[in-house]
Design a protein around this ligand. Structure first.
Ligand SMILES: Nc1ncnc2c1ncn2[C@@H]1O[C@H](COP(=O)(O)OP(=O)(O)OP(=O)(O)O)[C@@H](O)[C@H]1O
Ligand SMILES: [Mg+2]
Length: 383
């Protein structure tokens, strides 16, 4: 990776490298986005993400490595709450800048320099999260960026999300995520994506939508995390941006995997995959199942939403505590999102409207199903 090598090659120029890193936060390497650069030269285009970032960078706190060591008791393994492609995630406590308010619980992500991700993903995360502001996107509080004798240190400090991720709840054996909570989580996630696609001066393609990147707050309200793979969408007459194919197997849109052409519609496909995950309680890819059942999208084709068979793929853990009509609506929505023809997929605001209707349907139609299942559980509690 080009930017990455700037920081590790020449140990005798540490100071110079540090100032380059800060400089780069404002002026991302042109080579990262050559397709976009061409677009902005030929058309009167909206401001780029780097320009928007310059206006807002003062909102982010710059932490020293020592502050984050103190916050995590020296990156104590007991405080480690997760690990992903970027590196380890720790629960930590920081002191607010004014020193008056109570200490703040945060999540701290530390780049694993041996991993596949690096400075480029860290930079994208800081710039995109430094610009966006929406109740369904995780809040980045600040970052740490140090280039020392022993290599680079890149860390990110976020608001802490106490209920972990949608993935943790959806596929847990110990816990069943209720039907309406599933829909409300997907609605919030859809609103976050709609904001990225349609609510900013630049279109943002998120590129990494999946259940593990939907974090849940104390009230199970969802927030999207992980903007390391996010890209600015095409501007002007351009239909796509050309990039290397990255993402998570089982979630990426087929046309993007085949051509590397990234569009807003690639995110819609991925959203459809997660809709099927919440309907079925199955992961997009489950290698421990018989071959015909391993790929969720292949499996669900055999159970169309407007057939009676559809009931057979609904998550059995939901028992009868869901509205079948609403589930059908969600199934049809999922199908339209995973339409092979990208142009025929709905927009994110259409997805939002459809999910709201499914929630209303669940509320109207749920009284009999929910109250009868409540009766059952009350009875079973008594025994
Ligand atoms: N802000 C946060 N608050 C609380 N927990 C978090 C936060 N961010 C991440 N985590 C926890 O850390 C785990 C790992 O997150 P991370 O984003 O690094 O990896 P991932 O999403 O599982 O995989 P990938 O790298 O492929 O995106 C999450 O599943 C979640 O449980
Ligand atoms: Mg993640």
């Amino acid at each position: 990776m080009k930017c990455f090598s700037i920081f590790i090659k020449d140990k005798s120029k540490n100071k110079k490298r540090e100032s380059r890193a800060a400089h780069e936060l404002r002026n991302q390497s042109k080579s990262d986005n050559s397709a976009l650069s061409q677009t902005s030269r030929s058309l009167p285009s909206p401001r780029r993400i780097q320009e928007l970032y310059k206006e807002k960078e003062h909102n982010l706190r710059v932490f020293s490595l020592q502050e984050l060591r103190d916050a995590t008791d020296g990156f104590n393994r007991m405080l480690k709450i997760g690990e992903g492609g970027f590196g380890s995630v720790y629960k930590g406590t920081i002191r607010p800048l004014n020193g008056q308010a109570d200490p703040l619980v945060v999540a701290i992500k530390r780049l694993n320099t041996q991993g596949l991700q690096g400075h480029k993903e860290w930079l994208a995360e800081v710039q995109f999260l430094g610009v966006v502001n929406h109740p369904n996107l995780v809040k980045l509080l600040g970052y740490c960026c140090v280039d020392g004798e022993r290599g680079i240190q890149r860390l990110l400090v976020y608001e802490f999300m106490p209920n972990r991720s949608l993935e943790d709840h959806l596929f847990s054996r110990a816990f069943t995520l209720p039907w309406k909570t599933r829909l409300e989580i997907m609605l919030g996630a859809a609103e976050g994506l709609a904001y990225l696609h349609e609510g900013l001066e630049v279109k943002v393609i998120y590129r990494d939508f999946k259940s593990s990147n939907v974090l849940l707050d104390e009230n199970f309200k969802p927030k999207l995390s992980d903007f390391g793979l996010a890209r600015e969408g095409p501007t002007g007459d351009h239909t796509h941006v050309s990039t290397a194919v990255v993402g998570t197997y089982g979630y990426a849109a087929p046309e993007y995997v085949e051509t590397g052409h990234l569009t807003i519609q690639s995110d819609i496909w991925t959203f459809g995959v997660v809709l099927y995950e919440i309907l079925t309680g199955r992961r997009t890819l489950e290698r421990n199942r018989p071959t015909s059942e391993q790929k969720l999208l292949d499996l669900v084709k055999q159970f169309p939403p407007d057939s009676k068979r559809f009931k057979m793929i609904i998550d059995p853990r939901l028992t009868n505590s869901y509205s079948f009509n609403a589930a059908q609506k969600v199934g049809k929505l999922a199908n339209s999102c995973v339409n092979k023809n990208a142009k025929e997929r709905p927009t994110m605001s259409q997805v939002v409207e459809c999910l709201k209707a499914a929630i209303r349907e669940s509320e109207d139609g749920s009284s009999s199903v929910t109250s009868s299942s409540r009766m059952r559980s009350r009875r079973s509690n008594k025994v």
